[in-house]
Design a protein around this ligand. Structure first.
Ligand code: PLP
Length: 397
């Protein structure tokens, strides 16, 4: 179906941060399949583990015990501090599980119409429930009626959440991305998560974090919430967890533990031996190759280099980063930069109309950062010069 505005290029093979198209042209991949291939393309250890598992066993069913799933569950519980995990196949499914946990939790408390607080500019997926939770009219338009039971507030605004607490007795949970990815790499303030935890505790709500894009080492810790020391009740994960083999996960702790009982939820593929072997190997590689420390160092380097190269360039509004989630906000809608970068052998993304988003593999090296900055800075400067000449009015949202 005609669901994607595709770039006209097809890749044939990859290695680390590089992809090659059918004509043999090489591209620096600063997107990693949208925060998926953290360990880089075709990591030898990953390829070996995946092929070995494929030769042995790919799929059985969740009606049987699955050793790899148990091992992955134990491993993820250890690195996250969470107590229970449900495995599915994508980020939106992980969030569906979180939404169902919140509703069931509410019903157990006698709340008949449970509501979840969600944020403006949030992105939680494209199923009917998760697009209803998403804070973007573009994503929702045409798919009404939306699923009820979501109360929306501005991101990073504790007063707005407190106000809902005073007025809406149906609220049972808050669902939030600590770093909004699709929304434009919007990073919450340091005290935001502590504040949300306090409000949730005071009201008996679940604190639910969507770490689908920010998880698995991308911000320099396994999870973005681990920068704060706050423990959530529910966490969702997908994207980077199995380096491109589809997997999603919904974690529960505290009051969210034990909400689901047999029959409440399920998945045919979720957590099968192949996906779990891929995830276990991904975690091994991130740990062994010290990729989280690299994400911190390379994120700082990318920020510093762009700040230096774009200093004084009119039309650059802000440069933001947490580890290897990087956003360069411009004053103009800049979709054309994706095509310009592609022609120059660089893969990037533009989100929320005017934010250049970089989500490179966690394995990116210093010289690759230098190449990224050397290609992209002049493209941005050139674009802005043309945009300012053509349309002096700036985007304000
Ligand atoms: N949540 C966040 C924060 C995301 O960034 C995404 C995808 O971009 C999703 C959920 C949906 O994930 P998926 O496309 O795997 O359903």
């Amino acid at each position: 179906m005609n669901t994607y505005k595709r770039q006209h290029v097809a890749f044939e093979r990859g290695e680390g941060c590089w992809l090659w198209d059918k004509q043999g042209k090489r591209y620096l991949d600063a997107l990693a399949g949208i925060a998926v291939v953290g360990i880089g393309h075709s990591h030898p250890k990953f390829v070996q583990a995946l092929t070995a598992q494929a030769a042995k066993l790919i799929h059985t069913s969740n009606v049987y015990e699955i050793e790899h799933q148990e091992a992955l569950g134990e491993r993820l519980a250890a690195v996250s501090g969470m107590d229970e995990i449900f495995f599915c196949n994508s980020g939106c499914e992980a969030n569906e599980a979180a939404i169902k946990i919140a509703r069931l939790y509410g019903h157990h408390k006698g709340i008949e119409m449970p509501a979840i607080i969600v944020m403006e500019k949030a992105f939680h997926g494209r199923t009917i429930a998760t697009l209803s939770a998403t804070g973007s009219r573009k994503v929702q338009a045409g798919f009404e009626p939306l699923v009820p039971g979501f109360a929306r507030v501005p991101f990073d605004d504790l007063a707005a959440v407190r106000k809902v607490a005073e007025n809406n007795r149906n609220v049972v949970a808050v669902l939030v991305e600590l770093i909004q990815g699709e929304g434009g790499i919007n990073i919450c303030h340091d005290d935001y998560l502590h504040g949300l935890r306090e409000i949730c505790d005071a009201n008996g709500w679940l604190l639910m974090l969507d770490e689908v894009q920010s998880g698995v080492g991308r911000t320099g810790k396994w999870f973005a919430f681990q920068h704060s020391g706050v423990k959530p009740d529910v966490v969702t994960l997908a994207k980077g967890l199995a380096s491109g083999v589809p997997i999603g996960a919904c974690f529960a702790a505290g009051a969210a533990t034990g909400v689901f009982k047999p029959g409440n939820h399920g998945s045919t593929f979720g957590g099968n031996p192949l996906a779990c072997a891929a995830a276990l190997t991904t975690l091994d590689i991130i740990e062994h190759d010290k990729l989280m420390a690299n994400a911190v160092a390379m994120g700082e380097l990318i920020h510093a280099r762009f700040a230096a190269q774009l200093k004084g360039v009119a039309g650059v509004r802000d440069i933001r980063h947490k580890g290897l989630m990087v956003g360069i906000e411009l004053e103009y809608p800049c979709d054309e930069l994706v095509k310009n970068a592609l022609a120059a052998g660089l893969l990037i993304n533009v989100t929320n109309d005017n934010v250049v988003r970089l989500l490179p593999p966690l394995v990116i090296k210093r010289d690759e950062v230098e190449q990224l900055v050397a290609i992209l800075s002049p493209l941005i400067a050139d674009f802005l010069a043309r945009a300012r000449a053509a349309q002096p009015a700036v985007k304000t949202a």
